[in-house]
Design a protein around this ligand. Structure first.
Ligand code: ZN
Length: 364
């Protein structure tokens, strides 16, 4: 039996999502809420008001994470929430839904059940997305003591502003970043919208993530020869784009053959010199390869690299790789997963185990 007194009203969630979603919303649709900018400050102020209204102890830490705490009989804490920064022109749900559902749930638990055994804390984490600074999981890394002091100066946004300066501008003295570190956390639970279409296509409401996928990223540089597009016969060309396209297709074929959940994407391309009447001499493109099993990920990475070299040789061009990211997959805690599964079953919610193909704060 579902205890109806512990069900959050859909209308309430709709109100929270729409109110927060209006902050940073752009005229043509989409939200821009980057860490330490005006929309981010306004969003945090709104969430802080809601947390305070819910009777939670509100505080921010040294890097800008926002917390609402319900003190339990014990000091040890279960943290729940997500991020409120967005990608450029992001949606209303990414990150925000995790923060708002945590707020609604802890508020209801406090009203109905009073003081918990372990302390519960709602968190709005800062800079998960890597959209203003290239510093994924900044807030979470602050909590875990994984920020390197040098990053305060080396991490810069597109205007050259360092993250340390951006912090100072919103009243967070950057030199105090170490104070964000905590040692009282027992668990972190993060609800997140599906950023794919597995649940959507199958009409399922919930997935419980057992692993957050691993990631291998590299840049491919293919060098052929620039030639005149009119005077150079096809059989005399060393067209870098044609070779690069074949390399990308071969890599894709290998990963398609491996099947789910392996994925590969070539989302960024640069073609030089980039003219209608010149055979391309130099092409660069990105490879983003993901798999939740580390050994499979490494095997696929080796295979696509080898196949790329062989394809380049067949086309008479040279190929070079620059690895820019190699992130291990991360298994989620088995006890927390079991608790979530039991809770879902108790509420008669249909769920499936899932791999998260996207990165999240939970993996840090
Ligand atoms: Zn997210």
């Amino acid at each position: 039996m579902v205890d109806m007194s512990l069900v959050v009203e859909p209308a309430e969630m709709k109100f929270l999502v729409e109110t927060l979603g209006a902050i940073g919303e752009q005229a043509g649709g989409g939200i821009i809420r980057h860490v330490y900018d005006q929309a981010w400050i306004a969003a945090r102020r709104q969430v802080a008001d809601w947390l305070r209204d819910a009777g939670l102890q509100v505080r921010e830490d040294a890097v800008g994470n926002l917390f609402g705490r319900l003190e339990g009989e014990r000091r040890r804490t279960i943290l729940t929430g997500s991020h409120i920064d967005t990608v450029r022109l992001g949606g209303r749900y990414d990150g925000a839904l995790g923060v708002l559902s945590a707020l609604a749930a802890v508020r209801l638990l406090k009203q109905r059940l009073g003081t918990p055994l372990r302390s519960l804390e709602v968190v709005a984490l800062c800079e998960e997305e890597d959209s203003r600074f290239h510093c994924n999981f900044w807030g979470t890394r602050g909590i875990l003591g994984l920020i390197d002091e040098g990053e305060l100066d080396t991490l810069r946004d597109e205007h050259g502003t360092s993250i340390g300066k951006a912090m100072a501008e919103v009243g967070l003295p950057p030199e105090r970043f170490r104070e964000a570190r905590r040692d009282d956390l027992d668990a972190f639970v993060e609800l997140h919208i599906e950023q794919g279409r597995i649940l959507f296509d199958e009409g399922l409401p919930l997935g419980i993530v057992d692993t957050i996928t691993g990631l291998y990223r590299f840049k491919v540089t293919v060098e052929g020869r620039t030639d005149h597009a009119g005077t150079t016969p096809m059989d005399l060309r060393r067209d870098a784009l044609q070779a690069a396209a074949h390399i990308a297709m071969e890599m894709t074929r290998i990963v398609e053959h491996a099947g789910r959940p392996a994925v590969i994407t070539n989302g960024w391309w640069d073609v030089q010199p980039g003219a209608w009447n010149i055979v391309p001499g130099l092409v660069q493109f990105s490879v983003d390869l993901r798999h939740p099993d580390e050994s499979t990920k490494q095997r696929l990475a080796a295979e696509v690299r080898e196949r790329g070299e062989a394809t380049a040789a067949e086309h008479g061009v040279s190929v070079a790789y620059e690895v820019v990211g190699d992130v291990l997959p991360k298994d989620m805690d088995a006890n927390v997963r079991a608790e979530l599964a039991a809770a879902a079953s108790a509420c008669n919610v249909n769920w499936i185990p899932m791999v998260s193909g996207a990165g999240h704060d939970s993996q840090v």
